[in-house]
Design a protein around this ligand. Sequence first.
Ligand SMILES: [Zn+2]
Length: 213
Amino acid sequence: MTYAFADRALHSPASRNCRDLVPMDGLLARSGIDRAALEREAAAAFAMWESVADIGFRRVDDPGAAQIVIGAQAEPRGVAFADVAYDRAAGGRVRSLRRSLICLNPQQMWKIGFGGGVTVYDLRFGIAHEIGHAIGLDHPSPSGQLMSFRYDEKVRDLQAGDIAGVVALYGPRLGGARTAARGSAGEIASDPRPESGCAVPAAPETRHRDGAG
Ligand SMILES: [Zn+2]
């Protein structure tokens, strides 16, 4: 799958959570994080998922051509959200992801690494969690997994439940090389709803089932 950072305002009328994305510059400036660090942390977040499942990610420059677009919210709310749009033409139990959006609140303070309190969120954790949604995963439990909706700085890497989830959707990563045993990356189990979202930590209105649960 390809991913890109928003390099201009991106309006997605059909999206529920990330309808208006803007570039990350304001978020980075406010939190004192430089762009190289953002790109490094995002790459590390994608690599987490890539290291355990038969899925691969490649950065591209053009958000218009990317399957996952990361940006800041034009209208800040919550902490972070993801939207997943499926290919409506696909039928059966498995259908393809068309595009996923990840939007972070630029008024929220972000940091790199854990520590210093849980009101400032680790960028890598936040992006990795939203990538999980972007590729079809739901919140499994309040705490203990990277996909858990509570931000408590207990885990910063994929846990057994996260791995079980992504492997169920894409198959395991075998021998350090991607295989084609379980369909192509971007195919995930059906969900009756076209979009998913979350907050980190979850607000009551966002603690819903989403993804491919
Ligand atoms: Zn979430």
